[in-house]
Design a protein. Structure first.
Length: 197
């Protein structure tokens, strides 16, 4: 059975949902920057929208090397992840372009994207953080007050930071299936099935 079929595996073997803690933490940092942007641009929706769109692209570029070295669970088909990435980026771009959203549509899209990614990875903490992020983004759009946007963006960053911490702790609590100094379980299985000549 492979990781794509839903087997939970130890981080570093084939992939584990806890390896998502770095990208999730990066999303938290993105929202800290969003809080600063909300204060600095003081309601300039174009600049806020540009911040979220550009920072989302940077987030992907910065976290991709981590996910390559520490793969996530990949509990769904690879195509689903690619579609989600494209939809989130387009949604962030379009959501930021809608003037009625005050440049904060990308915030809601990122929250929904995180929740959907959590569903693909079967990570409840990411689903919860994503839904809460989307709700806080909607509250900021409806309120349309820069000081409240600051407070809600800081709250979102704290919430996502907590989710990243929970993911990291989940990875640390996974039982190791590797004896000290021995090969990984997959290598031991291969050796048992195909003993060396």
């Amino acid at each position: 059975m492979t990781a794509g079929a839903g087997r939970a595996q130890r981080p570093g073997d084939a992939g584990h949902v806890s390896n998502n803690w770095v990208p999730v933490a990066a999303i938290g940092v993105l929202f800290l920057g969003g809080a600063v942007a909300a204060v600095l641009v003081d309601g300039d929706t174009g600049r806020i929208a540009a911040y979220f769109v550009v920072s989302t692209l940077v987030l992907v570029l910065v976290t991709a090397p981590w996910l390559i070295r520490h793969p996530p669970a990949i509990s769904a088909r690879t195509g689903a992840y690619l579609v989600l990435a494209v939809v989130v980026e387009l949604g962030a771009l379009l959501g930021g372009a809608v003037a009625a959203f005050h440049g904060l549509g990308a915030w809601v899209v990122l929250g929904i994207g995180l929740a959907m990614y959590g569903l693909l990875e079967r990570g409840r903490v990411m689903v919860t953080a994503g839904v809460a992020t989307a709700v806080l983004g909607l509250a900021s759009i409806v309120a349309d007050r820069p000081w409240l946007t600051l407070v809600l963006a800081l709250s979102t960053a704290a919430l996502i930071g907590f989710a990243a911490w929970r993911l990291r702790e989940t990875g640390r609590q996974q039982p190791s299936n590797r004896p000290r100094g021995g090969p990984p379980a997959a290598a031991r299985t291969r050796a048992a099935v195909f003993p060396p000549a």
